[in-house]
Design a protein around this ligand. Sequence first.
Ligand code: PLP
Length: 335
Amino acid sequence: MAESPRFGTVFAPSMGTMSFDGSSWSDPAVVPVEAIPMHPSTHALHYSSSCFEGLKAHRDPNGGVNLFRLDRHVERFAASADRLVLPFPGVEAVRDLITETVAANLDEVPNPPGSLYVRPTLVGTDHDIGAAGSPSRTALLFVLNSPVGDYFAGGVRPLRIAVETDRPRTTPQFGAVKSGANYVMALGVTMEAKRKFDASQVIFMPGGQLNETGAANVVLLSEDRLITPPLDGSFLAGVTRDSLLTLASESGMEVEERAVDLDELRAWVSDNEVALAGTAAVLAPVGTLIIDGVDVTVGSGEVGPVTLRLREALAAVQVGVSSNHPEWRSPVVKN
Ligand SMILES: *Cc1c(COP(=O)(O)O)cnc(C)c1O
């Protein structure tokens, strides 16, 4: 069984593929991971017609392997494809392809806290550099699997995060699309924050309103409350975010989806918690915010108890240690 490789650099041997030739989808296939030959004029390489998903398969205590919230991820994948005007084979076919790919790589699923990270990707493959104003008619969908260890191997540590109130993460109309183009747009700002402030990420607050980081949603936490911005299309509708909101509410916390401005964020961190939510890290504590170039300690500056509690509650559901929300786990094999 694989153990703790660096996130995203080690791949399970099999990948799922399907392709669209402009009129029909090929049969799904699970093949050895290998280079994909691409003509230099491939649409995605020039016009960023590409999107992806990121979900995980976890081992449960009974020897089963389950994909966490497969339906939600595939629905979001379909929505991203639609926004990029890319062909999509249908949610059922994609769910099946993802499940078959993980089944082929079953031996590569690490034990908890490790998991198998699953990366479905869709790219426009037309050979046409003249297609700046038209969508790709052909497409390739592949599902890559990567065994990952504990994101916080060596312990959960609080992050240093810079707050950016001027430049946005991406455009408002593409905020909810899981596309590489959104990531590169945030990259320059993030690299600047690394260089200037030794920050690991940036919380974007364009116009002074809380949005998200380059790759994770932001939640404000206290003993009895979870506050996060409402889904308005300007940021990614995280499945982790949705799951945490549900679990927090069920545990008796007040869940508020509403706008948060800089003044409220400043006041909040004096004795509360802030954390980042996403599939890779689950829930990562923020220890310091850098606001207008000045360090502002979040709560004690250490990992907060509410962050830890919610993180553990979600992890327990993901690996099936908790019997809560069985509908969130799609079995790949049953014991
Ligand atoms: C994937 C992603 C997230 C987190 O979404 P999850 O479904 O929780 O993994 C948050 N923000 C951005 C920009 C993302 O691409």
